[in-house]
Design a protein around this ligand. Structure first.
Ligand code: PEP
Length: 254
């Protein structure tokens, strides 16, 4: 039996506190009584607490977009896992390509962030994916395999159950270029095989693997029709309620 699709909206640095709260209220109202799809949003840090209150009891997940690896300390401008947890977050994005490529986050740092998140019961959504030149050089699998190896170093099988992996080819993020559904499915299948080698087939089969990269209402249905695509991590198309709801609707009609 297929899993319920998991649709998460990554708002990035968009929507103010007021806008975010209004969005969350409308999302909650629109999805009330519907449970065919698991869904969530990733607001900015400053909106988490208020949006957490709006979403409480709704079943809609809330994820932070990032977290620091230390519990506290002299890290000006950073936010720790216990702080994020207290706002009502259930999940946290870790290793988003914008964090890796704009802010220079390494796999070792990402691994430490994952451990910090798990230590307070936050479920990691680990983002991985190849750059355009890596795909063109035929190195997609090599890159994915290494990211998984380094990011998941020391993560146990019982912890792996809490994970979502988001496959986000960097060349498809915010560019309007979507991976072909079959192309994405192939990489998802490869990711699952790596997880199966490390954690066994059962756990690998249960891990959610989302696709991210210019997912939108027009392509959501086709992407989700692929057997290995368990859900979508949506950036640009998640900051307008109408398009986010259209994606959720596409996910609820398999
Ligand atoms: C993302 O930021 O995770 C993402 C997939 O962005 P977009 O949908 O805008 O490509």
């Amino acid at each position: 039996m297929r899993k319920k699709p998991l649709i998460i909206g990554n708002w990035k640095m968009n929507l103010t506190l007021k806008e975010g709260v209004a969005f969350a209220q409308s999302l909650r109202d629109s999805l009330s009584g519907k449970n065919e799809v698991l869904c969530g949003i990733c607001p900015s840090f400053v909106s988490l607490r208020d949006i957490g209150k709006v979403l409480e009891g709704s079943g809609i997940y809330m994820a932070a977009q990032n977290v620091h690896s230390s519990e506290n300390g002299a890290y000006t401008g950073e936010v720790s896992a216990p702080m994020v947890k207290e706002t009502g977050c259930t999940h946290v994005l870790i290793g988003h390509s914008e964090r890796r490529n704009i802010f220079g986050e390494t796999d070792a740092f990402i691994n430490a962030k994952i451990k910090a998140a798990l230590s307070v019961g936050l479920k990691p959504i680990l983002c991985i994916g190849e750059k355009l030149n890596e795909r063109e050089d035929g190195r997609t699998e090599y890159v994915i395999k290494n990211q998984l190896k380094d990011d998941l170093q020391g993560i146990r099988a019982d912890e792996m159950k809490e994970f979502t992996i988001a496959y986000e080819p960097v060349w498809a993020i915010g560019t309007g270029k979507t991976a072909l559904p079959e192309q994405a499915n192939e990489v998802h299948s490869f990711i699952r095989s790596i997880l199966a080698e490390k954690y066994g087939k059962y756990i690998a089969g249960n891990v959610y693997i989302q696709y991210g990269g210019s997912a939108k209402p027009e392509n959501a249905y086709e992407l989700l029709a692929q057997p290995e695509i368990d859900g979508l991590l949506v950036g640009g198309a998640s900051i307008k309620l109408e398009s986010f709801l259209h994606i959720i609707e596409a996910a609820s009609n398999p």
